[in-house]
Design a protein around this ligand. Structure first.
Ligand code: F0G
Length: 460
């Protein structure tokens, strides 16, 4: 079976190459920009390759009841829009995707936006949205006969890659910044059997080193410069549209790091419009940490036409990135959808994360920038009460338990970072308490929590 209908198109100069002819670093040899996967058959309006919107909607829903592994994947059940393999039999899946869309009742009430939802991509097999892109790109690696795959990562990509490589029987190389990734993610890479190299540099330095490595050795690069990653990462857009019965929400808000995710979601919504699956694209906004905000600066200073790398610093280590690869693609998505890019402080991230935790969902710090950003947009009047808003929660709360514990113990933020927000932070803290091993002591702790006599919890 030959399911393959794609080619690669350079985002910068438009040069087209067959998928098998991309350079190992996935940069265009004419201009150095990144590629996007393109499906020429879809342009032949009446051509046999052009998918039929109504039939697809029906088929994708039906597949959820199928017993086939590929149909259980929330990525591959949309495989008509992913014709990137010679055979779908080569797909490597951990049953990723099909993640829940939760209403956020408390945040809805606080912000006066009734239709506020979280698409929780942390509910993927390795606990982050990276699984959706890894299943597609790693399947391509396997189909093309690679024995080794590699990525530089702030943690989640490496966890996902190591897991999918292990499932496929491939070897994996992880290059991470020493001391700058959350333990949960490092533990995953080790457990899934990756060769894990901690480099004495930051994420951007890791990317530089790995780019040279893949030019010298026959190793398949699985960073998000690999355009097949974005193909998988576009599928949450399909799931969101499907969840709203193919009426897209008004606004989707995503965190920004290397900026592939925003680009991929934009591509997903754009393709749905082109194929007549939905009528329009939602506004897509990208939120960065104030200490790692090169896109926000670029948009403000020159309308996203040039990007000056920054030295990144944030406790949201997943998005501690100063020189994002996909910034041009992300800038286009923001501009074409009328979205915004803005940044949020360390205290705003910590508060938003605790608020998402209090909804019974939880997420990792990088994901919480979405709620922090929405609060700012709402305060600026950029989002109105009648809008339907979806926050993309990208990672599971257990990825970075240290951050959460430090917050609740009151040791996360410096005093200067908390100025003006002290009361809010105290009200959200729920520290564990050390109490005597007696029923009386435990009941006293319950009572104190009801009367409010132990704000933020005691010592523990
Ligand atoms: N949220 C989480 C939890 C992430 O791990 C990342 C990126 C992002 C948001 C940002 O997504 O890079 O597509 O803009 N993590 C990468 C990694 C860089 O190596 O795991 P982006």
């Amino acid at each position: 079976m030959n399911d393959n209908l794609h080619q690669l198109r350079c985002f910068g100069c438009g040069t087209r190459v067959p998928g098998t002819e991309a350079r190992p670093d996935f940069r265009c040899s004419a201009c150095g920009d990144l590629f996007e996967v393109e499906y020429p058959g879809w342009n032949q309006r009446k051509g046999p390759d052009r998918p039929n919107a109504g039939a697809l909607k029906w088929l994708w829903r039906e597949r959820r009841c199928s017993t086939e592994a590929l149909d259980h994947s929330g990525v591959w059940r949309f495989r008509e829009l992913l014709p990137i393999l010679e055979s779908f039999g080569n797909a490597v899946t951990l049953r990723e995707g099909n993640t829940p869309l939760y209403h956020l009742p408390r945040a809805s009430k606080a912000l006066g936006i009734d239709q506020l939802f979280a698409k929780h991509q942390g509910m993927n097999p390795t606990g982050s949205f990276k699984d959706t892109g890894m299943t597609t790109a790693l399947s391509v690696a396997r189909e093309r006969g690679f024995e080794w795959v590699a990525c530089a990562s702030t943690g989640n990509t490496s966890a996902a890659m190591a897991a999918y490589a292990a499932r496929a029987g491939l070897r994996s190389l992880v290059v991470i910044p020493e001391g700058k990734i959350a333990w949960g993610k490092l533990a995953q890479a080790m457990d899934y059997g990756a060769v894990t190299c901690q480099l004495n540099t930051d994420f951007d330095g890791c990317v530089r080193v790995l780019t040279k490595v893949v030019k010298e050795a026959h190793i398949y690069l699985l960073n998000s410069v690999n355009p097949y990653r974005l193909e998988g990462q576009k599928t949450p857009a399909f799931e969101i549209a499907e969840a709203f019965d193919w009426n897209v929400p008004d606004h989707v808000i995503v965190p920004g790091g290397n900026l592939a995710n925003s680009s991929a979601l934009g591509k997903g919504f754009r393709e749905m419009v082109e194929l007549g699956l939905v009528a329009r694209m939602p506004r897509i906004s990208v939120i960065q940490a104030a200490g790692a905000n090169p896109l926000v600066r670029s948009m403000a200073e020159n309308g996203g036409t040039a990007l000056e790398p920054v030295v990144a610093d944030t406790r949201a280590t997943a998005i501690r990135i100063g020189n994002p690869a996909s910034w041009r693609k992300a800038a286009r998505v923001i501009q074409e959808t009328g979205g915004w890019s803005l940044d949020v402080s360390e205290a705003e991230i910590a508060i938003a994360k605790a608020e998402i935790g209090a909804e019974g969902l939880g997420c990792e710090p990088a994901s919480a920038v979405t709620l922090a950003g929405l609060k700012k947009l709402r305060a600026q009047g950029a989002v109105s009460p009648g809008e339907t808003v979806v926050l993309l929660l990208t990672g599971h709360t257990l990825k970075d338990a240290d951050y959460t514990i430090d917050f609740h113990r009151g040791t996360l933020l410096r005093d200067d970072e908390k100025v003006g927000l002290e009361d809010k932070i105290e009200a959200l803290r729920r520290n564990a308490q050390v109490v005597d091993a007696t029923p009386e002591a435990v009941l006293a702790a319950v009572k104190a929590s009801v009367t409010g006599s132990a704000p933020g919890g005691g010592e523990g």
